[in-house]
Write a protein of this length. Structure first.
Ligand SMILES: NC(=O)c1ccc[n+]([C@@H]2O[C@H](COP(=O)([O-])OP(=O)(O)OC[C@H]3O[C@@H](n4cnc5c(N)ncnc54)[C@H](OP(=O)(O)O)[C@@H]3O)[C@@H](O)[C@H]2O)c1
Length: 266
């Protein structure tokens, strides 16, 4: 076995949702570094365009697709555009997710439930279905990577619906892995802990900047490894799960969380 080729994504095409920033952007760039052509999806083309330029600067092809992954009627067009451009999809990263507001069970509205579950779980499931059909038709197998969260293991107060959605992502991962294994499509998940992205920092938006920084440093102290993550902390596992290095692994949810689950979460 040539170890240098184990993590290579040469001649592969990846589709990364939420690829315009945060963990999705870091993943898309890492996949391009490993040799893949990459399609990135988010709602706003103005956020996708600079990432597409970064990927092209690495000598790889990039297709930015503006779409809402929580709207089922928009999913077929995403897949059609990627197949039209690249002819195949080898890797899908279901990374786009939302947690737009704090709400306890006494406060939560149906609209909040629908937006969180609609994107984080329903969108993930039906985009996987559409991509799995393409992979199955090509007959070359594939890798689907779902982005879960430590909240899927240990719920956080006031983001209950998000935690429920991520617990659902964990079971979707196992369910899809079982049904897709005969087609050589592997399905695994990465469960990040607190990671410095727009989604995470938005939780502290009400604080002045120096207070926000202090609070984030303080949260970092709750992690055995002494800090919260940055998006690049996720790319090693992403690359492992996307590549042949994990060829015999499916149905697993792997936490990348600085050890915080060792004492039960945040
Ligand atoms: N950051 C953390 O602490 C943390 C911890 C655990 C798990 N995670 C998970 O990691 C993943 C990435 O989160 P992140 O922190 O990197 O978030 P982020 O920096 O806020 O990025 C979210 C991405 O998703 C896109 N997006 C949002 N709603 C969308 C929609 N309806 N349709 C298509 N794209 C949409 C955003 O672009 P547009 O706004 O342009 O659509 C953006 O590209 C999520 O699954 C999240 O749950 C994050």
């Amino acid at each position: 076995m040539e170890i240098s080729k184990l993590f290579s994504l040469e001649n592969k095409t990846a589709l990364v949702t939420g690829g315009s920033m945060g963990i999705g952007r870091a993943t898309a760039l890492a996949f391009a570094d490993a040799g893949a052509d990459v399609a990135i999806v988010s709602r706003k083309m103005e956020n996708l365009a600079p990432v597409a330029e970064e990927i092209k600067a690495k000598g790889k092809r990039c297709l930015p697709v503006a779409a809402h992954v929580g709207r089922m009627d928009q999913l077929p067009a995403i897949v059609e555009q990627v197949v039209a451009e690249f002819g195949q999809i080898d890797i899908l990263v279901n990374n786009a997710a939302t947690s737009p507001a704090y709400a306890t069970i006494f406060e939560a509205q149906e609209k909040l439930w629908d937006s969180i579950i609609g994107l984080n779980l329903k969108g993930l499931y039906f985009l996987s279905q559409a991509v799995a059909r393409v992979m199955e038709e090509k007959g070359a197998g594939g890798s689907i990577i779902n982005v879960s969260s430590i909240d899927g293991f240990a719920p956080q107060a006031q983001v209950g619906i998000y935690s429920i959605s991520k617990a659902g992502v964990n079971m979707a991962t196992r369910s899809m892995a079982l049904e897709l294994a005969p087609h050589k499509i592997r399905v695994n998940a990465i469960a990040p802990g607190a990671t410095r992205t727009k989604l995470f920092e938005g939780l502290f938006a009400f604080l002045p900047e120096d207070e926000r920084e202090k609070q984030i440093q303080q949260i970092g102290q709750a992690f055995p490894l002494g800090r919260v993550a940055v998006p690049d902390d996720m790319v090693g596992l992403m690359l492992y799960l996307a590549s042949d290095a994990s060829a015999y692994m499916t149905g697993q949810v792997v936490a990348v969380e600085g050890g915080v689950l060792l004492h039960g979460g945040l």
